[in-house]
Every structure is written in structure tokens, then in C-alpha cells.
Design a protein around this ligand. Structure first.
Ligand SMILES: [Zn+2]
Length: 519
């Protein structure tokens, strides 16, 4: 009996250390991550694809060692990206990560590595060493006979045909979609670069803003769900300042559930149905500049290198930009920094100034968004922490408004200020599920506040035009154009079309599910 096991073991180890054994082992090892780490909804498909790719690797290894080495190294590189994205960002963000990687500077890349190099990378490093050793041993073993190489080459043809045939579902196989995302991110960055040139050409044409505000402030919120604001009926007093301000209040419908598409929908003429418009037209920033405003973009979200390249493209249109946050995605400072910066550049004279303030607002991790003395609810649960972010944002809005109001109180008979606030998108908030950017989206991701404050009569007519209806965020730029007098009609959109994750995924808000029942 013992003899049998010993002979079997010796036989197996001889097989494993033969030239075919090393080839099969190294090919299998290259795709191990997709057998053990993958737990998504396409689990079976990914594993099936992994089997096909193991077969592909073995045939390549038999046919040509040079091609095998190149193929193995490419897969190893993609595996590193896969493991890294999966553990730090979630794979659905891969395209935006590539955009960030291609647009970032080297010093930022180093900083990034310092923050995001952890235990998954160390485990992967050891895995990679083993993979390199197996590839090396495969190539050190004696080559296959000419006949075996020809047979392998011939078998490759039907396999490649099969892979071509299943290329649709294969898009769920990480090495395939990571490559696709790299190309898409590259082409998107190219489009954004072209946008800058187009915008510059249009910017030189002057416009008129006959309503003549001295100061305009447009605050872009982050992940604020209006159902959690007392201004919109939430029973807990989370927005005491806005409650007392009594602004023009609209039931806003976000056009997208991700910042990078939602902010362009708010500030440009891109719409849910035609997002491409973003790449060829300037934003409100340029329009106000053309009306003679000194334009400022002050942001507590990432500057270049953090993946919001769409938003940066808009920020670049401003005369001045200030990015408050460092690269650290989680531990950035509170939005209070924006108020201090605003205070530095806001002038008390009648110089026309337009401020675009991009908050960090209620973005997860919620407890990192407010100082502890702004905890309206002391609870450590996710829902309480989220409510506290709304409460703190209300405080920030009161500080911003206070500064602008006192600067303009003596201008245009006290009618010198236009104040606007809208969140980019909403948020799913519960103890079991929270966040945004789901596919398909949940209703809560699209329910945003849209608020305007002005003492001029156009505010009343704007409000009357939307009485009792939900306004799609793609109207926001037109509403500002109307309030400033750039246009005579706000062209409100009551469309229920929304984007989930990416512009090609247009859905009907009315058909989306609620993640849970509202309080
Ligand atoms: Zn956002």
C-alpha cells in the first residue's frame, strides 16, 4: 500500500517536472486568481473563460516559447492590476482608475503607491515570484518536437475562433475587460483634451447676463440624498439653516449616479440622452466668464490624478482653481476649508465674481466628513453618521451664504447675490447597503436637493414653472442661465431618464427599485 502511494507520488512529481508538466503548471498558475478570488455575479462565466485561457496558454507554450513568455508576462501584469483594483477600488471603477493613472504625474504616482500598497499587493508579489519561476522553468525545459508545435498551432485556430465567438460574454473576464478599459480610458482622455481646445475657442465670445448679480455662488454637493434633509421633510432637523433660509426648492432628479457624469450634467449642456455634448460645449463656468465674471473653482475633491477628469476639465475653464484635498481618498479634510478659501478671495467691492464650490459633502466614509462637535446624532451606525454629514453640510452652506450675503448686502439694493446648491447625485443609506454608482442604480441614488436663493423676481417664475414636478439635473445649467438673464426661458427637463454607471446605460428612474423603504 505504501509502495503504491510512493510510486504514485514519484510518478506525479516526474510528470510535474517534465517539460509538459511545467508548461501546464505555469499556465494554470497564471489564471489561479480567477478561480479563487472571483465572487461576482459572473462567477461561472469567469471560471469557464479561465479554463479556455489556460488551454490557450498551453497551446501557445507548445507552439512558441517567445510568444508564451510575452503572453505570460502580460497576464501577470493584468493580474496585478486586477488584484489591486479589486481590493482598493472595486472593479467597476477600473476605467476611471486608468484615466487617473494616465493623467497623473509621477510624484502623485509615488504618493499613490505609498497609500495603496498593502497586504493584497504583498501576497500578489509572492504569487508573481512563483509565476515568474514557473515561466522560467517552462522555457528552460527542452523544446517540443516540430510535429507537436505544428499540431498546437493548428489547434490554436479553432480555440481563437471560439474566443472570438464568445467575445461578448468574455467582456466579464477581468483580463479582457481591463484591456478594453485601458483603451477606453485613453480615448476618453483624448476627447477631454480636445474639449479644452473647443472650449477655449468658444470662450472668447462675449455674452450678456442682464440680471447683473455682483456675486454668484454655485455649490456642488456630493452624495446628498434629499430625503435625509429636513428641508425636504425628513423628521430630524438635519438642515436648520436651509429651513430658515426658505430658498426656492426643487425636487431634483440626478441624471447619473457617479460624480464624473453627474457634475457635467449639472454644469454643461450635456444631457442624459446626449452626454457626448459635454465634449464639444463649454460649461456655465465659461458662460459666466463670458458675462464678465471673475470665475473661481474651489474644490475639496481631488485635483488632477484622482480620476475626476471630467470635473477637472470644467474646473480648468475657471480663471482660478484651488484644490483643497490631498490625494488621500479617505482622509481628506473637512469642507470647512472651502469656506476659509472662499473668504480669502471674495471681495467686498462690486467686482463681478462667480464661485463654483465643489464639496466633499456626504461621500463615504461618512464619519470622516464632519468634526465630532457636528455630530447631531451621536450614534456610530452608518445612518446616524450619514445624517451628521448632511447636518455639517448645512452648516457649511450657512457659512458660505453668510459670507456672500454680508459682502453683497449693500449692492444692487441688497439684490446682488445669487446662491445655488445642488448635489451631484444621491446615496443609498442603510446599515446593510450604502453608497452610489450601482448597476442597475437604486432610486435613492437619484433623489437630490436643488436649491436657489435670489431676491429677484425670476426666482418666483422659475419655481412656478416646476410646480409639483421633479426636475432632472440636466436642467440646472439652463436654470442658472435663466436666473442670470442669459436666457429668457429655463428649458426645464422633467425627463425621468437617468444614467447608471456609464452614459451608455440609460434607465427609467420610475422603473428602478428602492434599495429599502424610505422612513
Ligand atoms: Zn459624487
Amino acid at each position: 500500500m505504501i509502495g503504491f502511494w510512493r510510486r504514485s507520488f514519484e510518478g506525479l512529481s516526474r510528470a510535474a517536472t517534465s517539460r509538459a508538466g511545467f508548461l501546464v503548471l505555469s499556465s494554470l498558475w497564471l489564471f489561479v486568481p480567477y478561480f479563487i478570488l472571483n465572487s461576482g455575479q459572473h462567477r461561472l462565466l469567469v471560471r469557464g473563460m479561465a479554463v479556455l485561457f489556460v488551454l490557450l496558454a498551453v497551446l501557445l507554450g507548445m507552439a512558441s516559447r517567445g510568444i508564451y513568455v510575452l503572453f505570460g508576462l502580460a497576464i501577470l501584469l493584468l493580474n496585478a492590476v486586477y488584484v489591486h483594483l479589486k481590493y482598493h477600488w472595486g472593479l467597476e471603477l477600473s476605467e476611471s482608475r486608468f484615466e487617473a493613472a494616465f493623467s497623473g504625474e509621477f510624484s502623485e504616482t509615488l504618493e499613490y503607491c505609498r497609500i495603496y500598497f498593502g497586504s493584497p499587493e504583498i501576497v500578489f508579489f509572492l504569487y508573481g515570484i512563483a509565476a515568474l519561476y514557473l515561466i522560467y522553468r517552462t522555457c528552460r525545459s527542452p523544446g517540443f518536437s516540430r510535429r507537436a508545435r505544428i499540431v498546437a498551432g493548428l489547434l490554436l485556430l479553432p480555440l481563437l475562433a471560439l474566443l472570438f465567438f464568445v467575445r461578448g460574454p468574455a467582456m466579464h473576464f477581468p483580463p479582457v475587460f481591463l484591456v478594453k478599459d485601458v483603451f477606453e480610458a485613453k480615448s476618453r482622455l483624448g476627447q477631454i483634451a480636445e474639449r479644452a481646445a473647443i472650449v477655449r475657442a468658444v470662450q472668447s465670445q462675449p455674452r450678456a447676463c442682464p440680471e447683473g448679480y455682483e456675486k454668484i455662488v454655485i455649490v456642488i454637493g456630493e452624495s446628498a440624498l434629499r430625503d435625509r434633509m429636513s428641508l425636504y421633510g425628513y423628521p430630524l432637523e438635519t438642515t436648520p439653516f436651509l429651513d430658515s433660509l426658505r430658498p426656492y426648492r426643487f425636487d431634483g432628479l440626478a441624471g447619473a449616479n457617479q460624480t464624473r457624469y453627474a457634475v457635467p450634467l449639472l454644469l454643461t449642456h450635456a444631457s442624459v440622452g446626449d452626454f457626448q455634448e459635454f465634449f464639444s460645449t463649454p460649461s456655465l463656468v465659461s458662460e459666466l466668464k463670458a458675462c464678465g465674471y471673475e470665475t473661481w473653482w474651489i474644490s475639496n475633491q481631488g485635483g488632477p490624478g484622482i480620476g475626476e477628469t471630467y470635473v477637472e476639465s470644467i474646473a480648468d475653464e475657471a480663471d482660478h482653481q484651488r484644490f483643497m484635498s490631498s490625494l488621500d481618498y479617505v482622509r481628506i479634510g473637512y469642507d470647512g476649508k472651502i469656506v476659509d478659501t472662499l473668504g480669502r478671495y471674495l471681495t467686498g467691492d462690486t467686482r463681478k465674481q462667480a464661485f463654483f464650490l465643489h464639496l466633499r459633502g456626504s461621500h463615504f466614509d461618512y464619519q470622516e466628513r464632519y468634526p465630532s462637535d457636528f455630530a447631531l446624532k451621536p450614534g456610530v451606525d452608518v445612518v446616524s453618521q450619514y445624517d451628521n454629514t448632511i447636518y455639517y453640510t448645512d452648516h457649511i452652506l450657512s457659512e458660505i451664504f453668510g459670507r456672500l450675503d454680508s459682502a453683497t448686502v449693500n449692492m444692487s439694493d441688497g439684490r446682488g447675490l445669487l446662491f445655488a446648491y445642488a448635489s451631484d447625485h444621491g446615496e443609498v443609506v442603510s446599515d446593510t447597503l450604502h453608497g452610489h454608482g450601482f448597476f442597475p442604480g437604486f432610486k435613492e441614488e437619484y433623489r437630490i436637493p436643488m436649491i436657489f436663493w435670489t431676491r429677484r423676481p425670476r426666482g418666483d417664475s422659475l419655481q412656478a414653472g416646476a410646480e409639483g414636478r421633479t426636475v432632472n439635473e440636466e436642467s440646472f445649467a439652463g436654470m442658472i442661465e435663466y436666473l442670470t438673464g442669459m436666457k429668457d426661458h429655463p428649458d426645464l427637463s422633467f425627463s425621468s431618464e437617468v444614467i447608471s454607471l456609464a452614459p451608455e446605460n440609460i434607465q427609467d428612474y420610475n422603473r428602478l427599485k428602492s434599495a429599502f423603504s424610505q422612513p
